[in-house]
Design a protein around this ligand. Sequence first.
Ligand SMILES: Nc1ncnc2c1ncn2[C@@H]1O[C@H](COP(=O)(O)OP(=O)(O)O)[C@@H](O)[C@H]1O
Ligand SMILES: [Mg+2]
Length: 497
Amino acid sequence: MEQILIGKGEAQVNLLARYGNRHGLVAGATGTGKTVSLMVLAEGFSRMGVPVFMADVKGDVSGLAMPGAPSEKVHQRVAEIGMTDYVAEANPVIFWDLFGKSGHPVRTTVSEVGPTLMGRLLELNDTQSGVLEIAFRVADDQGLLLLDLEDLRSLLAFIAESRKEVSARYGLVSAQSVGAIQRAVLGLENAGAAAFFGEPALELGDLMRTDLSGRGIISILAADQLILSPRLYSTLLLWLVSELFENLPEVGDLTRPKLVLFIDEAHLLFDDAPKALRDKVEQAVRLIRSKGVGIYFCSQFPDDVPNEILGQLGNRIQHALRAYTPRDQKAVRTAAETFASNPKLNVADVISRLAVGEALVSTLQEKGVPAPVERTLICPPRCRMGPITPEESAMVRSRSPLSGKYDTPVNRESAHEILTRRAQELAAATPEAVGGKQGAKVAEQERSVIGDLLWGTKRRQGMVETLAKQAARTAGSQLGRQILRGILGGILGGSRR
Ligand SMILES: Nc1ncnc2c1ncn2[C@@H]1O[C@H](COP(=O)(O)OP(=O)(O)O)[C@@H](O)[C@H]1O
Ligand SMILES: [Mg+2]
């Protein structure tokens, strides 16, 4: 049976591949060995051909890309655990970086993030979120693609201008709310988030690759900068979970997962998350299992993860917790209560006395039943413990199988371009621009045609086209033709979706 050796308690402790999708938790105080445990799991999955995604908050998981240089202490640990097949070795790694500096840029579109997550990212209140929701509907109805933040900005400006029509059709949109959203978008841009929105957007398949020898590729997202914007960090991870959830097919029970995600600093996902969002995450975590995806949360305290989710995490590695403050004691109680108990072991007592690289471990065994918790000496990783150098990182990146695919942004026609063009056309259709004696009348007609188009229904298209053609004929000018083309383009654009 395929499994990952985690370490040794009374006997060796393993994580079974076929329960790898039953999620997990790695918790413990700083410096107790959490990151190393994550690396042991990540390389274990990679070796059995399972691709892995993880965020690198402190820069230290980049060591997965290089072989370890085992010290005397590590050799002792290897012997004590009985790791008969231990060798120092590197893992296949692809680096990602939202800001495109130390890896391929990770991008998605505003549409794909959707109004709910976007509202949270922008830290909107309920009223403002409602308005954002409406903005997304307007964009949908108008066939306006929302790719980058420029698109969102133009859409908001458009909504501000046509507040009356929007309010009549979709519900009240106040100038204050739109203004607040616009300011929030500006703030987001200042925080450097613009790079996250745009194309080429990340293809999930690129996180689910194996190398030529069949090992799962470990995708490492640089998060040292990203973590400074906790909302952006958590939005990115929640977006990833929901994308996987929505796009992957049901696969039932597999012999090993199709993908494993490690979510470090997991508390950031749930810190002051509204109940609605927590419910969604809880549901996604519960259902994503049957799509072959395992999620492993990593945090200091086990109760950083909401109870409903904690209850779904089948594989647990709990490193040392101190029990000084009431906060610590609550975490210790949570850990003790949520482990499958072992009569020979008092969790609350042992938990504060665990050494570095030692943990309380319980994994799912036969029939998905959690094994009694065991005090476990954790394996050393085969890779390097600690960060790689900038030169090593550059070398890994130069060999990336995704070279060239994401590195250059593409800006195709979307809401911003379309709305800008419409505004120009509207501005051009003035009596002065059309000129002549008939100019005023033609311009008036054209303006109403374009105005209609912004809000017109399909039923009116016939009339609009006639009017537009007439306007063009009358004007007989280059300008008239341009307007006509613009209008038809608008109709096509509007009915494309
Ligand atoms: N399983 C282990 N095998 C060998 N050394 C370990 C192990 N776990 C932790 N260590 C040692 O302890 C240090 C701190 O561990 P780390 O995982 O970075 O802690 P945390 O992420 O909890 O802050 C590591 O750099 C390493 O030297
Ligand atoms: Mg760590």
